[in-house]
Design a protein around this ligand. Structure first.
Ligand SMILES: *Cc1c(COP(=O)(O)O)cnc(C)c1O
Length: 389
């Protein structure tokens, strides 16, 4: 898919006009739909007639968002969910059963690790976490019952880049599905399905909305898989609100230009940080110094909008940088037009043991910036205050 095609789909895919011929996509705030007759109600319930029944199943605004995101990911089908976590849960519930095995990359989003390692494990689904960038480790950890391979690239907060095509090959050799959490890059910068992944999952809460307004999630991939996820969803109920779907649908229209602008600023910030005294190391896939820079440039259109860096002086100095900011938001969220800063060791990764944190490379001096749309000069000035002190 070229850029022009992407841009057009982002604005035009998934538009369905009602009898009022509205230009902007309509928001259908309704929990249920009425039928013309008892016979039609029966036919809709039996699935003999297509059409909406109840918003736990479908809603036209949600359908439009699903179609638009499917088009952008190059997926046959897509189903939206209430949040990113419910997308991952729904995928797991649809594709796994007791006795099955999951292969997951280390450094996954914290709640995803907890879902696989701490919740699904109670139901007889075992997960092995392998070092994210070690392809041989994935191959070695395969078991006869490995059904799902789950990765996130670039990882958070250290921006490790996983070779999607290589992991897809390993998964395929075992007859397992490869699911990629594409939250950080979005289809504007990385399309996992084109690289051989089977399924993409999203926290639409982040860049797809892009302005920090709503929670949402999605699973995109082959119709056969998405249909199974939908069956779980319509029964179990982590369905997206039509309002949230509408916000995300409109967010997709500006996704590429936001991602490109925020990534360009992130690269500028990463280069600037590399030159600052007291900054020990900068983690950003767009930097030549990044260990998987070449892979990142093959697999992604740019480095993305997340930059992490480690300062000398551990927690005290890192907190000093955070507390000296006046503009940047101190929050663990990311994917917003407003730049955010977080200290992973005491927030997102605060509940894991110090040893596990050290093993994962989350040092006390590490800070993560999710670069927004403010002027780069203002972001730099806000950080310079703490770094210079
Ligand atoms: C935020 C996030 C999630 C979870 O999404 P929610 O919408 O908060 O449920 C999953 N994966 C990644 C990479 C995330 O950043």
């Amino acid at each position: 898919m070229d850029e022009q095609e992407f841009d057009t789909l982002a604005v035009r895919a998934g538009t369905a006009r009602s009898q009022f011929n509205e230009h902007s996509e309509a928001l259908y705030l309704t929990s249920s739909f009425v039928f013309d007759s008892a016979a039609q109600a029966a036919a809709r319930f039996a699935g003999a007639e297509t059409g909406n029944v109840y918003a736990r199943f479908t809603n036209p605004t949600v359908t439009a968002m699903q179609e638009r995101l499917a088009a952008l990911e190059g997926a046959e089908s897509c189903v939206a969910t209430a949040s990113g976590m419910s997308a991952i849960l729904s995928l797991a519930m649809a594709t796994l059963q007791a006795g099955d095995h999951v292969l997951a990359s280390s450094g996954l989003f914290g709640a995803t690790q907890q879902l696989f390692g701490g919740i699904l494990s109670k139901f007889g689904i075992e997960t092995t976490f392998v070092p994210a960038t070690d392809i041989d480790a994935y191959r070695a950890a395969l078991r006869p019952r490995t059904r799902l391979c789950f990765i996130e690239t670039p990882s958070n907060p250290l921006t490790e880049v996983i070779d999607i095509a290589a992991v897809a090959e390993v998964a395929r050799s075992a007859g397992a599905l490869l699911a990629v959490d594409n939250c950080f890059c979005t289809p504007a910068l990385q399309r996992p399905l084109e690289l051989g992944a089977d399924v993409v999952v999203h926290s639409a809460t982040k860049y797809l909305d892009g302005q920090g307004r709503v929670l949402g999630g999605a699973v995109a991939g082959p119709k056969a898989v998405v249909d199974e996820v939908f069956k779980f969803l319509r029964t179990a109920g982590p369905s997206i609100s039509p309002f949230n779907a509408w916000v995300i649908l409109k967010g997709l229209e500006t996704l590429r230009i936001r991602m490109e602008a925020q990534s360009a600023s992130a690269l500028g910030l990463a280069r600037w940080l590399e030159a600052q005294p007291g900054v020990r190391r900068v983690f950003y896939p767009g930097l030549e110094s990044h260990p998987q820079h070449a892979l990142a440039m093959r697999q992604q259109k740019s480095g993305g909008a997340i930059v992490s860096f480690e300062v000398d002086g551990g927690r005290e100095r890192a907190w000093q940088v955070v507390d000296a900011t006046r503009m940047i938001s101190i929050t663990a969220n990311l994917g917003d037009t407003k730049t955010t800063i977080t200290h992973p060791a005491t927030t997102t990764h605060g509940r894991i043991s110090a040893e596990a944190r050290a093993a994962a490379g989350i040092e006390e001096g590490l800070l993560r910036i999710a670069v927004g749309l403010e002027a780069l000069e203002d972001i730099q000035a806000d950080l310079a205050r703490g770094l210079g002190g």
